[in-house]
Design a protein around this ligand. Structure first.
Ligand code: KG4
Ligand code: ZN
Length: 380
């Protein structure tokens, strides 16, 4: 089953072609530079950028995937060459006649179109959904609706086109999702059976890192720069910021108080304070966020007895967090798995395609195109 997937829930315009868990191609246009000067994602800018790029990103993903089923494409190209269309590079030019011909040929090789329908920014999600509907009608395909967070969970099971890594499923898992929009612990009982055990009551972990970076004058996104500064002082905890909600027995998180502590500490100190202590502040803040994550995940393991952890979301790109999580599961003789490549941590469409495969196998398809709409607050 070959799937073209589309993802536009936030600030990455992405498309991919997958076959089961295998990623045949993945194309991501990151809008980070467009949002950088605003210190965060601006929905109207995201929408416009998605609209401008979506066709190219889809064409890029489809044409790159074609080498995996090159046999039929080659014979098609030899026929089309006689008519003056020479190679797949023509696909890069959206207005050429060759592009239309080659694309409709390649769409014959695609079985379904998958699209993220939530959670995310309403006007950004809309761009992907409208495009999926347009292509579904044009090429007579069915749509598989995918929850963005399911995608982040399945990202750890994505494989390259040769089927590596193998990673058989060993349910149940605890899924830890840590991104710019979400922080949650989910009990993943079976392919399509998810139960949210805890979530943030205010900011997400990535959002907290982004806000701290802004306060420290480090720009957007904050996660990678904070990671680098923290590493330069060996990830030590100098300022001992609070670990919010650590004593509560539920599995919820709260990060907004942490940001307030950083704000008052920097505000009450003299003007050189931030510059002098930049690395120490970044490292201490990161430790407070990650320690809070680990404290609640430990509680979740103790409460459920589930020791195998799957981690997803942009913050998982962070090596310090990975090491802390490895340490945690070692205590319980469990296992922790991360997305096999860095691009699978942050937003991408390959993870949407992998999740979509299991939904299509279960017959979860959009029945009524007209009433298929974005769900910005979609939950599990
Ligand atoms: O999953 P994602 O790409 O988008 C959402 O769905 O939110 O996550 C983006 C978040 C941002 O908050 C960014 O600061 C964070 O992931 N992030 C990191 C790192 N790389 C990205 N956080 C910590 N360390 C990193 N290396
Ligand atoms: Zn995401």
């Amino acid at each position: 089953m070959r799937i073209l997937s589309i993802e536009t829930s936030c600030d990455e315009t992405a498309a991919a072609v997958t076959e089961g868990r295998k990623v045949l191609s993945s194309s991501v246009y990151s809008q980070i530079l467009l949002h950088k000067k605003w210190g965060g994602v601006v929905p109207s800018i995201a929408k416009k950028a998605h609209q401008e790029r979506i066709d190219l990103v889809i064409k890029d993903a489809i044409s790159k995937s074609a080498k995996n089923f090159m046999g039929p494409v080659k014979s098609f190209l030899s026929v089309s060459a006689r008519h003056g269309n020479h190679d797949l590079r023509a696909v890069g030019n959206p207005s050429s006649l060759a592009t239309h011909k080659i694309l409709s040929y390649l769409f014959n090789e695609i079985d379904y179109i998958a699209v993220t329908y939530g959670p995310g920014l309403a006007i950004a999600l809309e761009v992907g959904i409208d495009k999926a509907k347009e292509l579904a009608k044009k090429y007579n395909k069915k749509i598989i609706p995918v929850n963005h967070m399911e995608g982040h969970i399945y990202a750890s099971f994505a494989q390259n086109s040769a089927g590596s890594p193998k990673r058989p499923f060993k349910f149940p898992y605890l899924a830890l999702l840590v991104s710019g929009g979400h922080t949650e612990i989910v009990l993943w009982e079976d392919y399509l059976k998810f139960k949210v055990l805890g979530e943030t009551v205010d900011d997400a972990a990535g959002e907290a890192l982004d806000k701290a970076a802004k306060l420290l004058g480090l720009g957007y996104p904050g996660g990678p720069v904070i990671e680098r500064l923290a590493k330069s002082v060996e990830n030590k905890d100098f300022f001992k910021f609070p670990r919010p909600m650590r004593r509560s027995n539920d599995l919820n998180y709260s990060f907004s108080g942490l940001k307030t502590s950083l704000y008052y500490l920097s505000k009450d100190s003299n003007s050189n304070f931030i510059t002098k202590n930049l690395e120490k502040l970044a490292s201490s803040f990161q430790e407070a966020v990650f320690d809070s994550i680990v404290i609640k995940l430990k509680k979740a393991i103790e409460q459920t007895g589930v020791k195998n952890i799957v981690v997803g979301g942009g913050v998982v790109a962070n090596k310090r967090l990975r090491n802390l999580l490895r340490g945690l599961v070692k205590e319980f003789k469990g296992d922790v798995i991360f997305p096999p490549q860095k691009y699978l941590c942050t937003d991408n469409a390959a993870m949407i395609g992998v999740a979509a495969h299991f939904k299509a196998e279960a017959g979860i398809l959009v029945k009524d195109l007209k009433n298929f709409e974005r769900q910005p607050r979609l939950s599990f």
